[in-house]
Design a protein around this ligand. Structure first.
Ligand code: PMP
Length: 465
């Protein structure tokens, strides 16, 4: 079925189209209503006044009829597009049959487990087990950590600066941002943060490759030195590309060395593919770029196919020593999301989506690298596939982060019909995570608008400074 698809038909034909400067009248009403009834943690509408009405492929129509190109995919949840008809049909069929089955087997559940084991990276392929617990990525991270603790009987965890693993107590503890943690500490104790290979802002003030990947050496040092002060950990947890941290792509050797170190010291390696997985980087999982196999791999976001909440943990077969009920939740996977997940994997395979992502990703990266040369404030462009970050600095020498510029850029780009988002330690990275089914034409249209907005804003800043 999917081979016959014309990707162009999946999107709103007129995107982008701004009829009225957002927020339009209906959007204003709903934003007001949200303020009245929803609590203060609501965050995203404070940055852009988007009030979505309809999603189609890589486009979103708002309640006043404006149509945007979506470069965010609800944080990589809609890799296969909004309302992709091929997936939608399967989800609706399942919904009409049965929606909630705990962990009793169903056709959809077993089909998804089988597909996930088949597309699992490296040594996990056809040799892993899958569990489904709660519906969020945070829950999958909790599951991954619990499994590592169960296996090793140890408690401490090594995580990395710049990480994001979620918002529940344990996963929150593994996330680095102070703003999320300060109100609640102490959370789960014994998490140690080590430097990640963020080469643009090297924590050791060294340069790659002369540095010989000092951050990997440092991990080895704390495990080897009996007086490092860090107890023997139950796991090392790492994102193969840090998403919230600012789309930080480490050198290949970083993950490869972590793999070797974790084997040498007998510490399970958890690779969090929640944001970078499900085709986002042009491979099913980002760790495949480095030929590295995780021992345990939490996944979520796009595995629900069409935006339905679903999460899971894929792990080595020989780690399957858990007891029944060891990691559970009421939903234990949502069977409608599972049917959609199966349809999404079928769709991607039949369409050759991974090659499409690779091709488009290379074009987008080249476009943005060229823009970096022209721009006064772009310090670095980095990414793999359709996971791309553009880091803004006040000055290319000092690399002082330029967060205000990015906030303004996100808003101005939105007003011109393109949704990009912020990330980074300092909120100074513009992040691109478009649905993978985006067409080349839509991608380039959106990038041109982004470029135009960057250069226009740069002129405005230059004229006031
Ligand atoms: N891990 C990573 C790498 C993530 O990007 C996220 C969410 N952005 C999470 C875990 C947490 O997922 P959720 O928000 O679904 O709990």
């Amino acid at each position: 079925m999917a081979t016959k698809i014309d990707l162009i038909k999946l999107h709103h034909p007129e995107a982008p189209k701004i009829l009225i400067e957002p927020p339009g009248p209906r959007a204003k009403e709903l934003l007001e209503k949200q303020k009245k009834f929803e609590g203060n943690p609501v965050l995203y509408p404070r940055m852009i006044p988007l009030v979505p009405d309809e999603g189609l492929g890589a486009t979103i129509k708002d309640v006043d009829g404006n149509v945007y190109i979506d470069f965010f995919s609800g944080i990589s949840v809609l890799n296969f597009g909004h309302s992709n008809p091929y997936i939608l049909e399967k989800a609706i069929t399942q919904l009409k049959k049965i929606a909630h089955t705990l962990d009793f087997p169903t056709e959809a559940r077993e089909a998804l487990a089988e597909r996930l084991v088949k597309i699992a990276p490296g040594g996990l392929k056809n040799k892993s087990k899958v569990i489904f617990g709660g519906p969020s990525g945070s829950d999958a991270v909790e599951g991954a950590i619990k499994l590592a603790k169960w296996i090793t009987k140890r408690r401490p965890i090594i995580a990395f600066e710049g990480s994001y693993h979620g918002q529940t107590a344990m996963s929150l503890n593994l996330s680095s941002a102070r703003k999320f943690k300060d109100p609640y500490v102490p959370l789960a104790p014994e998490v140690y943060f080590l430097p990640y290979a963020y080469c643009y802002r090297c924590p050791f003030k060294l340069e790659y490759p002369k540095c010989n990947v000092r951050c990997a050496d440092y991990v080895e040092h704390v495990l080897e030195d009996p007086y490092s002060g860090i107890p023997t950990p139950a796991a090392i947890i790492v994102e193969p590309i840090q998403g919230e941290g600012g789309v930080i792509v480490p050198p290949d050797e970083f993950l490869q060395r972590l793999r070797r170190i974790s084997e040498k010291y007998n510490v399970p390696l958890i690779i969090d593919e929640i944001q970078s997985g499900m085709g986002r980087t042009g491979k099913w999982f980002a760790c495949e770029h480095y030929n590295v196999t995780p021992d345990i791999m939490p996944i979520a976001k796009s595995i629900g196919g069409i935006g339905l909440p679903l999460a899971g943990v894929v792990y080595r077969e020989d780690f399957d020593v858990w007891e029944p009920g060891a990691h559970i939740g009421t939903f234990r996977g949502n069977v409608v999301a599972m049917a959609a997940g199966v349809a999404a994997i079928d769709f991607a395979e039949e369409y050759g989506l991974l090659d499409h992502v690779k091709k488009l990703g290379e074009e987008a990266l080249k476009f943005l690298v060229d823009l970096c040369k022209e721009s006064k404030y772009i310090g670095e462009v980095r990414g793999k596939g359709l996971m791309i970050g553009v880091e803004f600095v006040k000055d290319k020498e000092s690399k002082e982060p330029f967060s205000d510029f990015v906030s303004k850029l996100v808003l101005e780009t939105f007003k011109r019909g393109v949704i990009v988002w912020k990330a980074g330690h300092y909120g100074n990275v513009a992040r691109f995570l478009p649905p993978l089914i985006i067409t080349e034409e839509l991608l380039m249209k959106g990038l041109e608008i982004f470029k135009d907005t960057v250069l226009k804003l740069e002129k405005e800043y230059a004229s006031v400074s």
